[in-house]
Design a protein around this ligand. Structure first.
Ligand SMILES: NC(=O)C1=CN([C@@H]2O[C@H](COP(=O)(O)OP(=O)(O)OC[C@H]3O[C@@H](n4cnc5c(N)ncnc54)[C@H](OP(=O)(O)O)[C@@H]3O)[C@@H](O)[C@H]2O)[C@@H](O)CC1
Ligand SMILES: Nc1ncnc2c1ncn2[C@@H]1O[C@H](COP(=O)(O)OP(=O)(O)O)[C@@H](O)[C@H]1O
Ligand SMILES: [Mg+2]
Length: 274
């Protein structure tokens, strides 16, 4: 297991002068039912603040006013408008599905629809409810090497069948080899598994134990993959920076609000740019 260090942030490069919003990727985020609208809004905030060039959110229409009020930079699509969903997904570089998605029939249909729509060049991040739904179903990943799961320990138990107490490096890696996707296994010391390596994040603190911190990380990973190389290094950088910022905030704050991590992102990305 390799321990991540500040060097992993070197993927954050100075932006070229000759660039425009299309240069930094199109990201589509899917989630947020009537109960969990906050989850997809937090993912959106992280994704936009992390630098995704164009961000579109496919969510229950009850969330649209709050989403627009909070993040006018993002576009929103009603998840019942399949025609509009089709056109938005067709041009995406990165798709994130799951934060606040819920696990009802409609959520399952949306996940199946995304599996049918994903193309070989589109990165797919599967988080939250979408992990639990995938674990319950029997669908295959269309492009495992272009897929990342971001489970917490219970979601990983559902997905892998490994009980939390048995989630050791060796056993986790064996299941990664079956799934072939990249795994971001979140805990107080998050681990990342791809087909060759395992990494451990040394940062983070208990102030992060607030609903929405994982939704924020998922949005950050999406925003990073939209503009930086499609590689495990980019995912590592998002995991490391998420905790790095949280540790900065924890110096003066007992609780680290997820939205505060997002708001601090542009500042810290500037500090670390190469
Ligand atoms: N503001 C919003 O809209 C928010 C919406 N959200 C959305 O809610 C949806 C459901 O996601 P979820 O994570 O809340 O529920 P679930 O998958 O049942 O997991 C909880 C169970 O697992 C257990 N557990 C064991 N180890 C664990 C660990 N390391 N980390 C975490 N849990 C661990 C845990 O044990 P316990 O806490 O009881 O000890 C409990 O039994 C999802 O779509 C998400 O995006 C949230 O993001 C919150 C903010
Ligand atoms: N005690 C802790 N120390 C370090 N990081 C933590 C701690 N508790 C939670 N986290 C981080 O917070 C996030 C929680 O993710 P998750 O459970 O999916 O939250 P949510 O779905 O509510 O957004 C993960 O990134 C995890 O690493
Ligand atoms: Mg979560």
């Amino acid at each position: 297991m390799q321990t991540l260090s500040k060097e992993c942030l070197s993927i954050i490069q100075q932006r070229p002068q000759n660039s425009h919003k299309g240069t930094f990727g199109r990201t589509v985020l899917i989630g947020g039912n009537a109960q969990f609208g906050g989850a997809i809004i937090m993912s959106t905030e992280a994704c936009v603040q992390a630098g995704s060039g164009l961000t579109t959110v496919i969510t229950d229409s009850t969330n649209h006013p709050a989403l627009h009020a909070r993040m006018p930079e993002a576009m929103s699509v009603d998840w019942n408008d399949r025609q509009l969903c089709d056109s938005v997904i067709a041009t995406a570089d990165v798709i994130l599905i799951g934060p606040g998605l819920g696990e009802d029939k409609k959520s399952q249909e949306l996940l199946s629809y995304i599996f049918k729509s994903q193309t070989k060049d589109q990165y797919l991040i599967i988080d939250g409810s979408a992990i639990s739904l995938f674990a319950k179903g029997n669908e295959a990943l269309p492009y495992p090497e272009m897929t990342v799961f971001t489970p917490h320990q219970m979601e990983w138990q559902r997905l892998s069948g490994i009980k939390i107490a048995d989630q050791t490096e060796e056993i986790n890696q064996a299941v990664q080899q079956e799934l072939q996707a990249t795994i971001v296994l979140k805990s107080h010391q998050t681990e990342i598994y791809d087909d060759r390596n395992a990494f451990q994040n040394p940062l983070g603190n208990p102030g992060m134990a607030t609903g929405g911190t994982g939704d924020t990380l998922a949005g950050m990973i999406a925003g990073f993959l939209a503009q930086f190389p499609h590689s495990v290094e980019t995912i590592n950088a998002a995991v490391y920076l998420h905790s790095y910022i949280a540790d900065q905030l924890a110096q003066d704050n007992y609780v680290v609000l997820p939205t505060k991590i997002s708001q601090a992102l542009p500042y810290w990305m500037k500090k670390f740019e190469k």
